[in-house]
Design a protein around this ligand. Structure first.
Ligand code: UD1
Length: 319
């Protein structure tokens, strides 16, 4: 039976992928160094996976963990645009050097395929909408550049060493287990938890910036499809819903879902922030047979329910 390795498996997206793999009865190995992941995220599958605490920056440990593995779903990263602006070195080590280590260890161990968590932030400030994979990328943050470098490494490993790789450019993923507690947390986790607690959400800028918010279940499906599609090898794919919504509209919808009337607090826009983001998802449809199954509002409802439970647990709080 095939062995799947999920890097960053204690993180938000990684742990959702592990859940699905375990539900499907596959053999799963998980690695994480808990730099941004949480032990709590391992609870649902703790005894059903081979968990190893290690840092992908440690090549020797990583090589050991990759032995015997068939597929790697590489989610480990320091995932934040503003954090990468404040501290590009730590992000570079995890996101670029770490990815190179994963690819090298995979090549050395004869892994069948590496699926790489790329990011829509690679598109940067180009004005074209929707964003197509064939466009020239123009990252405007260290994070966007680093995630793009990871894609380039993947493609190089495919052409140079015949290691099968598939890159998935995620667009603003949200859903259960996204950590709301850091200043770098994804915007929806911050808005939802604040508003459940009766606090006004903080919008950086005028709130008219828009994003293609993608429920994590769509991203999980894309990853599993990417392991087995022959057309996808060596390619980059947008993974999103193909729609965009402004932050002002998000607050309006959340007020409706929660039965609240909370006005946002507006603060200055973030450095390195982009204005609009929306994906063209034709390539993922063609190559991966991907289409989003959970839309924005349905995903938001499920996520609100999840955070309601989360906030009832001791220790958990809004940001
Ligand atoms: C970016 C990437 C995304 C990547 C993510 C990792 C783009 C389009 N997206 O997301 O692919 O996975 O980084 O972190 O580049 N905001 C508020 N209030 C808050 C928090 C955020 O108004 O409390 C605003 C931000 O300024 C931004 C928007 O909400 O305009 C989204 O922010 P965030 O969730 O951090 O994601 P991106 O930076 O868009």
């Amino acid at each position: 039976m095939s062995i799947y390795l999920v890097t960053g498996g204690a993180g938000f997206i990684g742990s959702n992928i592990v859940d699905e793999l375990v539900n499907q009865g596959t053999t799963v190995r998980v690695i994480d160094n808990f730099s941004t992941g949480h032990r709590e995220n391992l609870q649902t599958f703790q005894n059903r996976v081979d968990f190893r605490e290690l840092d992908i920056c440690n090549l020797a440990d990583l090589k050991e963990a990759v032995e015997g593995v068939d597929y790697i779903l590489h989610q480990a990263a320091i995932p934040s645009v503003p954090r990468s602006v404040v501290d590009p070195i730590s992000s570079h080590n995890a996101d670029v050097t770490g990815t190179l280590h994963v690819l090298w260890a995979a090549k050395e161990a004869g892994v069948k395929r590496v699926v790489y968590a790329a990011s829509s932030s690679a598109y940067g400030d180009s004005e074209q909408l929707p964003k197509e994979e064939a466009m020239r990328v123009r990252p405007i943050s260290p994070y966007g550049l680093m995630k793009y470098m990871g894609e380039e490494y993947c493609q190089l490993f495919t052409s140079l060493y015949s290691l099968e790789t598939v890159s998935l450019r995620y667009f603003n993923v949200f859903g259960p287990r996204q950590d709301p507690t850091s200043q770098y947390s994804g915007v929806l986790s911050r808005f939802i938890t604040a508003m459940i607690c009766g606090q006004r959400p903080v919008i950086f800028g005028d709130g008219e910036q828009s994003r293609d918010f993608t429920h994590v279940s769509n991203v999980v499906r894309a990853n599993l499809l990417a392991c087995h599609s022959s057309k996808a090898v060596g390619e980059v794919h947008n993974v999103a819903c193909g729609e965009r919504i402004t932050l002002n509209k998000v607050v309006e919808i959340l007020n409706r879902l929660l039965g609240t009337h909370l006005e946002p607090v507006y603060e200055p826009a973030r450095t390195g922030d982009i204005r609009h983001s929306m994906a063209d998802i034709k390539r993922a449809k063609t190559n991966l047979n991907y289409s989003p199954t959970v839309g924005f509002e349905e995903g938001l409802r499920q996520t609100v329910d999840w955070y309601r439970d989360y906030l009832k647990r001791p220790k958990n709080k809004a940001y």
